[in-house]
Each structure stands twice: as C-alpha cells, then as structure tokens.
Design a protein. Structure first.
Length: 286
C-alpha cells in the first residue's frame, strides 16, 4: 500500500506554511502531495448540499506543485482533481512535462476530473454538457503530444485539432505521464478503464457502489484491450485510520490511500502526520 497526503488552502496560501507541510510530509515518508483545483467560484456554487464559500482560496495547483518541487527532493506531485475540460491540452502537455523535467520525474500523481459547477464551466468557455467528451479527447491529445517526435503529430477531433505538431520537453525518462481519473460516477469509472492509468473515486458512495465502479473500471480496461491489473486504485482515507482498516482497503484492490490532517493548526498537523507515519512504519525516523 502507498500513502499520500493532501494539502488544503482553505485558511489561505502561506508559502512558508506550504513548504513546511510538504517537507514534513516528505520526512515522514509519504509518497506524494495532492492539491485540488477550482478555476473560479461564485455565490451559490455548490457540490451536492455543500455550498462553497466564494472567497475560499483555490490557487493554481500546478504552480503550487512546482513551488513544492523546488523545496523538496523525493515527494511526488499530485492533483485531486485537475479540472481537465477547462485546460487546453496543448498548453497543459507543455506545463506538465516542464514540471516533471524540473522535478526530475515527480509529476506522477496527476488525477483529472470533469468538475461539477456549471458556472465554472461557462466561465472557462466550456459547454457543461459536453465536458466528458472534451476530457476524453484531451487525454488522447496529452498522450499523443508526449509520445510524438521531431516529425510531429496530428489530431482531428470534435474539440481539438492540429497538424504536424511537436511538443518539447518530454516527460522525464517516461513515454507519457500517468493520468489517473477522478470522479464518483460510473462514467468516471469507465473513463478510468478505457483511458486512465488509475481510478480515484470520491463522493459518499456505498460500499456496493464503490465495488461496482471498481469492477466497471477493470472490465472497461479489458474491453479496450488494456491490462486491468495495471490500473492503480486510489482512495481517500482518514489520518487516524487503523491498520485493520487499511487491510480492508487492500482486500478491495486499493493500491494507494490519500489522507488529510483533521486539524488546521500547523503544529498539530505535523503531529498527526508523524503519528500516521509511525503507525504504518513509513519511515522509522518519523
């Protein structure tokens, strides 16, 4: 089992606090650090019954991860989730590869999703109803550009098109960066199987629905001629979870657990991270 940690900017974006958090996570032995994304908020924006305060700070996750990479040595860099339909894949391919090169191969926990706020889609100039098809196409474009050589690659789709295009730099020592798919729907599970390197479901799902979605991701991979056993399965966990709970996750096929501190106070957050690291022997010095 791999263990990663998420960082919240709900209390503001303090660069010293972010660096201290990331460095402590690295010292504790966590695999990677995840950041969320919202392009823009507005009064009344809600996810389910939860209304998001419009002043909640959501900095650009890729800029933040580049900043974190410069202050750490081993920590992998992740998003949960990057709102893929609101990014042009030609620009995004360059940004992600650049971070990966500068971090010497650490932009490896990219998780993409569709977004659930119609107003956010509209602000980005994206049709909310077609954002799933747009995301599918964007994934194909990203991989095509990363894999292309000096002769260039061409693409003709519903949303994106180009001829003989070259995109450099390439990701660090890999053909393409892993792309995990986030979401809490069966459509997301199918997308993960058909196009993703892993599935990272969220939402308040029943155990039965989670199992059904994971099986759907695996079957979709097999139907697409891909190896379902190569899919990674990431889930959210709690900072105080027990070894027995982790064993339950593992029995369900989970390969990575992402946790978040329960406290908003930096010293208490570090204590929680250290306790988790000791409980699971991430590093004996934590």
């Amino acid at each position: 089992m791999k263990f990663a940690i998420a960082y919240s900017t709900a209390d503001g974006l303090d660069p010293d606090r972010l660096v201290a958090y990331a460095r402590h996570a690295e010292d504790c032995g966590f695999e990677g650090l995840y950041l969320p994304e919202h392009i823009a908020l507005y009064p009344g924006a809600a996810i389910g019954s939860f209304e998001i305060p419009p002043t909640l700070p959501y900095p650009d996750p890729l800029d933040c991860l580049n900043f974190v990479a410069a202050a750490t040595h081993r920590l992998l860099l992740g998003t949960a989730v990057l709102l893929l339909p609101y990014h042009h894949p030609v620009v995004l391919a360059k940004r992600l590869a650049t971070i990966d090169v500068l971090s010497k191969g650490r932009m490896r926990l990219l998780t993409v999703g569709l977004g659930t706020l119609p107003g956010e889609a509209g602000a980005a100039g994206v049709d909310f109803a077609s954002r799933g098809r747009r995301a599918d196409e964007a994934i194909d474009v990203l991989r095509l550009l990363w894999e292309g050589d000096e002769k260039g690659v061409s693409f003709s789709g519903e949303f994106f098109g180009f001829d003989d295009l070259c995109s450099y730099p390439k990701p660090y020592d890999v053909t393409h960066l892993p792309i995990h798919v986030g979401g809490s729907s069966r459509a997301a599970a199918r997308r993960a199987g058909r196009r993703g390197d892993g599935y990272f479901p969220g939402g308040a799902l029943t155990a039965e629905e989670r199992a059904a979605q994971w099986e759907l991701a695996r079957s979709a991979a097999a139907e697409a001629g891909r190896d379902p056993d190569a899919l990674e399965y990431t889930r959210w966990g709690s900072i105080d979870m027990s070894p027995e709970r982790v064993e339950t996750y593992a029995a369900q096929g989970v390969t990575r657990i992402v946790v978040s501190p329960s406290s908003t106070e930096p010293e208490r957050q570090r204590d929680e991270m250290s306790a988790f690291a000791r409980r699971f022997a991430l590093l004996r010095t934590a």
